[in-house]
Ligand binder design. Structure first.
Ligand code: NAD
Ligand code: ZN
Ligand code: ZN
Length: 344
């Protein structure tokens, strides 16, 4: 089968021919219908050798959807032909966090060497994908796999961050979204669907701000050092009740810190490498800071239901597998609007 692999540190990923994998006991083979490209892949491919922990060659793609094509021994609960989305942050399934469906916070995954597809295990940017366990599949039903594959990360991750801040997002509150890319533009729609908050979106790119307005932002603001003052003005001096930073570089964390209201919340989702000093005289009284990772299994079901009822929609740009390296180049250059989705 053909697969997109990251093979050499620092080199672009390549389309290669590899053996089609066989599903072992308990595993499921999917014929991939769609795979999304995330900025985290970019992050992984820019790591120096001494920090790179994902193994080589690495078949990329941690947003995956497919049709069940072959069942390993003992698999029950899905049928050949089912259209499914893949829950990516695989855990052990047995620890306290996993028992709650929060496999993204599995207590034993690292120790047991369990890694998500595309981030250690072979990923979805291939013709076929092996899923380790049936519990990591969620039925798509009538949802279009290309339109919905990115909900497994670009939908699930902002959903998880937003739902854990929901108590701050009461009517009259303000939510600030920094970065209206793959995650951010879905985050705006989730905020619209689950809260009454006024939504202010910051980005450095005019096209991304245009998309943010299109998907429901109430205000859009260029992301620079004037942004906190602008947010204060919009909120009559109050500030933001919740800030969702989908970039996470020093400049955006500084904006987050300067914009948040006392007792507000900052969710650092972007892995831009910035540091946010937290404590008295660094952050306002009562403010909480969190760096959430991906989301839980039940949250993925809820995100797919938001799509089913038409409340959220991923803005996608399609590529075939041959053009996936070009899609990554465009992602790096910041010229993808919404999410790049590969249809192998
Ligand atoms: P993306 O490239 O699609 O979007 C990034 C957006 O940020 C773009 O619109 C870009 O114009 C904008 N941007 C860049 N610099 C900015 C700045 N200084 N101020 C405001 N906006 C700026 O990326 P994505 O796939 O949406 O991922 C966003 C971030 O989230 C990445 O760092 C990614 O690695 C991370 N991520 C984290 C998790 C998690 O579990 N925490 C999950 C998925 C992705
Ligand atoms: Zn991702
Ligand atoms: Zn676990």
């Amino acid at each position: 089968m053909r697969a997109l692999q990251y093979r050499t540190i620092g080199a672009p990923p390549e389309v290669v021919e590899i053996d089609t994998p066989e599903p072992g006991p308990g595993q499921i083979r999917l014929k991939v219908t769609a795979a999304g490209l995330c900025h985290s892949d970019e992050f992984v491919m820019t790591l120096p050798e001494e920090q790179y922990i994902y193994g080589l060659p690495l078949t990329l793609g941690h947003e995956g959807a497919g049709v069940v094509e072959k069942l390993g021994a003992g698999v029950v609960g899905v049928e050949v032909g089912d259209s499914v989305a893949v829950y990516g942050p695989w855990g052990c399934g047995l620890c306290h966090a996993c028992a709650q469906g929060k496999e993204n916070y599995c207590l034993r995954a690292a120790e047991l060497g369990i890694a998500p597809p595309g981030l250690g295990a072979p990923g979805a940017l291939a013709e076929y994908l092996i899923v380790d366990d049936v519990r990591h599949l969620v039925p798509l039903g009538d949802l279009d796999p290309v339109e919905s594959v990115s909900l497994t990360d670009a939908g699930l991750t902002p959903y998880h961050a937003i739902m854990s801040s929901l108590s701050a997002l009461v009517p009259g509150s303000t939510a600030v979204v920094i970065g209206a890319g793959g995650l951010g533009h879905v985050g705006v729609q989730i905020l619209r669907a689950v809260s009454a908050a006024m939504i202010v979106v910051l980005d450095v790119d005019r096209e991304k701000l245009r998309l943010a307005t299109e998907v429901g932002a109430h205000h859009v603001v260029p992301s620079n050092s004037d942004a906190p003052a602008f947010i204060r003005e919009l909120t009559k001096g109050r500030g933001a009740d919740a800030v969702f930073d989908f970039v996470g570089v020093q400049a955006t964390l500084d904006i987050a810190r300067e914009s948040v209201v006392a007792n507000g919340v900052i969710q650092i989702v972007g892995i831009g490498g910035g540091v946010l000093p937290t404590g008295f005289f660094s952050t306002p009284f009562g403010a909480s800071v969190r760096a959430p990772y991906w989301g839980s299994r039940s949250e993925l079901m809820e995100v797919l239901d938001l799509a089913r009822t038409g409340q959220i929609r991923v803005h996608t740009e399609r590529f075939d597998l041959e053009h996936a390296p070009e899609a990554y180049e465009r992602l790096r250059a910041g010229t993808i609007l919404g999410r790049a989705v590969v249809v192998p």
